[in-house]
Each structure stands twice: as C-alpha cells, then as structure tokens.
Design a protein around this ligand. Sequence first.
Ligand code: SAH
Length: 196
Amino acid sequence: SDVGSQKERVVTEEEWLQKWEMGNIGFHKEQGHPLLQKYLDVLLNGRSGLRIFFPLCGKAVEMKWLADMGHSVVGVEICEQAVKEFFSEHSLPYCEEPVPEISGAKMFQSTSGNISLYCCSIYDLSSSIVGKFDGVWDRGALVAVNPCDRQRYASLMISLVEKNSSYLLATVSYDPNKHKGPPFYVPESEVRSLFG
Ligand code: SAH
C-alpha cells in the first residue's frame, strides 16, 4: 500500500556492476520469459522484420529468439560483462566499436548484424543515435529503474518508439513494504500516468 517507502531508494551503476561480477543475477532467466511467448502475437501484430528494443537488456535470451525470427534487435546495458556473456553463451561472433556520439560507450554487434547491444546508460541514448523502434520488450527494465528516474525513463522510451509500435511491459505486484527492490513496485495507475 505504501509505495512511498521505495521512493528514495537508489541502486547505483556500481551496484549493478557488482551484482554481475558476483553472479548475483537472479533476474536472469535461462529459459526465457513465458510472458513473451504468451504475448508474442501482440508484440508482432502480424508484422515481420521489426526493429525491437530491449531496454536494460542484461543478457536476456529473448533477444536471440527474436533475432532468430528475423527481427532486428537493439539492446542497452550498462554492464559490459553482461553483453559479452550474451554473445558467448549463444556462440555468436560479434564486433565491438565505439559510439561517436556517446563518450565511453561501445556498441557490440553480432557479425550477422541483427543484434546490436549498446554498452552505456540508457539515459545516454536518443532516437538520433539508435533510431525508432516498432516493438519494445520491457522486462526487468521499468521495474529496475530507480523510482526517482521513472518519469525520465518513460519520456525517453516514448521518444524511441514509432507511432504504430507495441510495447510489452512486465511488472510485478507485491507489497512494497516487504521488499526494498529492485524490482520496484510500479502500480498500474503509475504505468498509466507515465505512458498515458
Ligand atoms: N531485462 C533483463 C535484465 C534485468 S536486470 C532481463 O530480463 O534479464 C536490469 C539490468 O539493467 C541489469 O543488467 C543492469 O546492469 C542494467 N542497468 C541498470 N541501470 C542501467 C542503465 N541506466 N542503463 C543501462 N542498463 C542499466
């Protein structure tokens, strides 16, 4: 009931990197997410060859699924270890290059060209750098964003999608007094006010 209890909570970039380094990544699903399978038709809406965005992507195996279906996948992840593990765990050759518009950022791209993962903060991206997307798979992303950054995150996401895009969002429902997050509790009313 008291969502306010999480309002001030901040997880720093450093803490995320530490989670990866320690292998403290309980959020990663080896088998992929059943909700993406269930709602795949909603995401695709009969379309093929989409550009699909994975914010805060970790090493989500769903990126491989969608690429194998012929879509073009773009992800962003602050942790380089996660990005490298994604490519190595799927035995995908890749190349690595700097992103001229973002100091310190790198882009890792599968040799086949259909998976591009930006290693930087999502807040460094803009549509002039990554273009616009037809679909979004937001799992462990909005709910991982610090509550104080939610508005900024949502505005950015809105700026990155095409008019006729589909946005699948997975959230979790629980008592925010019993867990400090992440994942943070994002009630449906807030999802509505963020995304309109
Ligand atoms: N969506 C993934 C990972 C969820 S955990 C999945 O479903 O498995 C959230 C991820 O976001 C972590 O891997 C963390 O390193 C990354 N992250 C946190 N803050 C970020 C930021 N500002 N920009 C990009 N990635 C970020």
